[in-house]
Design a protein around this ligand. Sequence first.
Ligand code: 5GP
Ligand code: ZN
Length: 117
Amino acid sequence: MAGEPQEDCLFCNIIAGKIPADVVRETDTTLAFRDINPQAPTHILVIPKAHYKNAAELAAEAPQLAADVLAETRGVAEGESLESYRTVFNTGTGAGQTVWHAHAHVLGGRGLNWPPG
Ligand code: 5GP
Ligand code: ZN
C-alpha cells in the first residue's frame, strides 16, 4: 500500500538503517543523503520517509509530503552553500528512474548546461 515501508525497497532499507548511507539532513518526514554515484561535486538525494513509488504518486497521494521534500531540497542547497543548483525528479523508466521510491536529486557545485549534454 502506498506510504507503507516496502521490504524490497532500497531507500526504505536506508530509512530503516539496514543499509548505510551518508546522511546530511533529516526531518520527521524526510531524509537527505549523498548519492552513491555522484554526477556533480554535490549530489544529494532527498526522500520522503514514507514509500511512494515516484514523484507522481507522491504528489497525487501525499501533497504535503511532496512539499516537505521540496522544502528540504532548499535546505540541502543552503547547507551545501550552493548558489545555483538543479532539482530533478526522474519519473518512469524512460526518464531514467531506477529506484522506485520517490526522490529528488539535488545537483550542484559545477556548471550545469540545459538541456543536459
Ligand atoms: P534515479 O535513477 O532512480 O532517478 O536515481 C537513483 C539514484 O540512487 C541514482 O543516482 C543512484 O546513484 C542512487 N543510488 C543507487 N543505489 C544507491 C545506494 O545504495 N546508496 C545511495 N546513497 N545512492 C544510491
Ligand atoms: Zn521505499
